[in-house]
Every structure is written in C-alpha cells, then in structure tokens.
Write a protein that binds this ligand. Structure first.
Ligand code: NAG
Ligand code: NAG
Ligand code: NAG
Length: 385
C-alpha cells in the first residue's frame, strides 16, 4: 500500500497546492531565497506576463490571467509583491469594478482566495479516492467566481506570503502598517502600468485577518485622493469581514481565537500559510477609527459574515458594527437568491451595509459561492457603488 493512501486530507491538500505552485510558470519556488534567475526576472520594476494555461486545467484558460511582480521598497530591501490578476468575465471589463482581494491569516498565499474563494478556478478534490503524491491536482472552472462580475487583483501580501519576497532579510520585517503602505505603493505602480483600469470603480476586500488591513489601506488611499495624488484608483467600496474588533483587547472570545491562530501560525492554515518563522508586527490595535473615518467620508462599506461562522460569529461582528453608532436606514430583513432565503441584511447611514450569508462559515465564499456572488453583485448595483 503506498504511503500516500494514509495521508490526512490536510496533508493531501498541502501536496496538491505544492504541486500546483511548483508547476506554475516563472514563480520562484522558495520565496525567501529566490533563484537568481527569478530575482533577475523580477528586477524590473513591474514585470508581468499573461498565463494562458495552468497545470491541472485542460486546455486554454477561458479567462484572462496575468501574473507579475511589483517592487515595493526598491531603495531599501528589494521587496516585491506578487499578484494574480483576472480580468472580469462579464464581457464589460472596462466598466466593471476592479477588486483588490487580500487573504487573511499568517502570511497565507492569496492562492487561498483564488482556489478556494472568489477565483475563477477551484481545486477539484476527489475525496473518494486516495491521492497519489506524484499526480498533478486537477483544476475545474468555478462558475460563481467573483470574476463573473469584477476584475480581481489577488496580491500575495505581506512580503513573505506566497511568491512575494525580499532580497534583503530585513525586507521581511513588516507589520500591519508597513504592509498596508506597501500595498498602497503596489497599487499606485500597478495602476500606472494598467491605466485602462483607472476609471473603474475600485473595491478593496479581504477575509479574516485581512479585514484588519482593509480599512487602514482605504484610509491611506482616501488621504491620497484628498491630496490630489495621481494616478490613483477610484475608491468606492470596502468589503470586510470581522475587522472591527479591538485587536489589542478582543471582547469577542471567538475573535480572540482568530488572533491566537494568527500568532501561532494555526494548524488549520499552515498548508496555505507561512509557518510563523518570519516576524510580523501587529501594530494596528483597532481599526474602528479608520473604518469610521472612511465611511463618513462617503465610501461605501459592506460587512459580511457567514451565519455558520464558528470562528467569528456574526453576533460579534454585528456588535462591532453597532458600536459605530450609525443610525439604521433599512432595518433587518431577509434577502433572497432565486426566491430562497440567503441571509439577513441591515443598512445604516453612510452607505454601510451588514449582511449575513446563510450557511456561510468563516471564509464565506468558500462554502456558499452562489449566495456570495449574489451578495457581491447586489452591492455593485447600488447607486454610486
Ligand atoms: C481621518 O481622516 C482625516 C482626513 O483624511 C485624517 O487627517 C485623520 O488622520 C484620519 N483619522 C484617522 C484615525 O486616520
Ligand atoms: C458610540 O457611542 C458610545 C456611547 O455613547 C461611545 O462610547 C462610543 O465612543 C461611540 N462610538 C463611536 C465610534 O463614536
Ligand atoms: C450614499 O450613497 C448615495 C448614492 O450614491 C449618495 O447620494 C449619498 O450621499 C451617500 N450617503 C452618504 C451618507 O454618504
């Protein structure tokens, strides 16, 4: 009996991801010590190319995928962030939103977001038979990816996550604030390279720990907009998930758990994430003030929670939303997809919406893709969204 038949599902998944990663074109396999060829290739300020096939996917990809590197601290440490950009599949990418998507956790690869959440392909996990470690995992098309409605820019952040790397070891010494500022720098360079997306409505979204970064990044972008910095994205909406907690003193026991998982480099996430061997400073204690600031400036916000989220129960998120003291514009009501109840929603002043997704767990789009896509499309339909 081959050893692989005894592999736990988790270990199996780890092997699957590693096979995909190692087969992806032009990525340095070990981000902390990029091969000289990869480093040389990445040395140009913005280096990208279009990927037309993926290992494990039969034939040409039915969507446009671009991957690349953007240098974010070129003078100091030579750190570069890696991205996957999928153009909107709606047929109207010039008008659809551009969504920046960040993955939470301890330096988790944003491939979690691509393959398990809002991306256009998913790993086909065949649970009914043992996995052979020598075999390449299969990818299948995902009909409820958010790329059905928006172009999505998936970024490996902070430095050290996924394929993002630094030439100098000190480049890995980042935290909430510096990682957010690097993302802002990344965006400015990416949009200069892709001016055709300058006028698109720009959204920032992320799950779990990334929710801590989203409001702060939005605050920093809004400051640049006020200062007249050019070129700049047309920020419209932030989409978040459990971010508002005061992280230095989480009231919510479950939020505290999420934080502990982050500190420990959790067992659940190690396969997609870094093992906690790189330093990271949690220097944003609470982002309620950033969130408050950004929403009162007129940017929309959608805060969502799965109603089966055992890690960050929606009641805790809701308590956080209430603490902003915004008055209710449209009180609790059910929302529906195809005549079926899909969750509940409430709208506050300052165009702030809180929604629950029925059946959704911690990473909502992973387990409730249809309802999540419907929620996202609904948010996009709002005036000025
Ligand atoms: C709120 O926004 C204003 C104007 O952009 C800025 O000066 C202030 O520092 C912001 N507050 C926080 C907590 O970021
Ligand atoms: C909301 O109101 C409470 C009680 O009046 C106050 O302590 C809290 O600071 C307010 N929150 C914000 C974000 O203004
Ligand atoms: C909410 O959005 C609407 C539609 O764009 C806009 O007219 C309104 O000013 C916004 N409200 C606030 C409080 O920003």
């Amino acid at each position: 009996m081959p050893a692989s038949t005894a592999m736990s599902p988790r270990l199996r998944l780890h092997h699957l991801l590693l096979s995909i990663l190692s087969a992806l074109p032009t990525c340095p396999l070990d981000h902390s010590t990029p091969t000289s060829a990869a480093a040389a290739a990445a040395a140009t300020a913005s280096h990208h190319h279009v990927v037309t096939t993926l290992p494990g996917y039969d034939g040409e990809l039915p969507f446009r995928l671009e991957t690349g590197y953007v240098a974010v601290d070129e003078e100091e440490h030579g750190a570069e962030l890696f991205y996957y950009f999928v153009e909107s599949e709606s047929g109207d990418p010039r008008r659809d939103p551009l969504l920046l998507w960040l993955t939470g956790g301890a330096r988790c690869s944003v491939l979690s977001g691509v393959f398990f959440e809002v991306g256009p392909v998913r790993l086909a996990l065949e649970h009914h038979r043992p996995y052979d470690a020598g075999e390449l995992p299969r990818l299948r098309y995902h009909p409820h990816g958010w790329t059905k409605a928006a172009s999505v820019l998936f970024v490996d952040s902070p430095v050290g996550a996924g394929w993002s790397f630094s030439r100098h070891p000190d480049g890995y010494l980042v935290g909430d604030v510096s990682a957010s500022l690097q993302l802002k720098h990344f965006l400015a360079k990416w949009i200069s390279d892709h001016p055709e997306y300058l006028a698109n409505p720009f959204y920032i979204g992320g799950d779990s720990y990334a929710g801590k970064i989203v409001p702060f990044l939005a605050q920093k972008i809004s400051e640049d907009i006020e200062a007249g910095v050019r070129p700049i994205v047309d920020l419209k909406t932030i989409m978040e998930h459990c971010q508002g907690e005061d992280y230095s003193n989480p009231k919510n026991a479950i939020c505290r758990q999420a934080l502990d998982r982050f500190n420990e480099g959790s067992v659940d996430e190690w396969l997609r994430c870094h093992n906690g061997d790189l330093p990271y400073s949690m220097d944003i204690k609470s982002n309620i003030k950033f969130h408050h600031n950004v929403t009162t400036k007129g940017y929309r916000a959608l805060v969502y929670s799965g109603d089966h989220d055992a890690m960050i129960p929606f009641l805790g998120t809701q308590a956080w939303v209430r603490s902003l003291n915004f008055s209710v514009v449209d009180d609790w009501r059910a929302w529906h997809v195809d005549g079926q109840s899909a969750g509940f929603t409430i709208t506050y002043m300052n165009n702030m919406t809180f929604a629950t997704v029925k059946g959704g767990s911690h990473t909502v789009p992973e387990f409730e893709p249809e309802r999540s896509l419907a929620m996202f499309k609904h948010e996009m339909m709002q005036p000025d969204a």
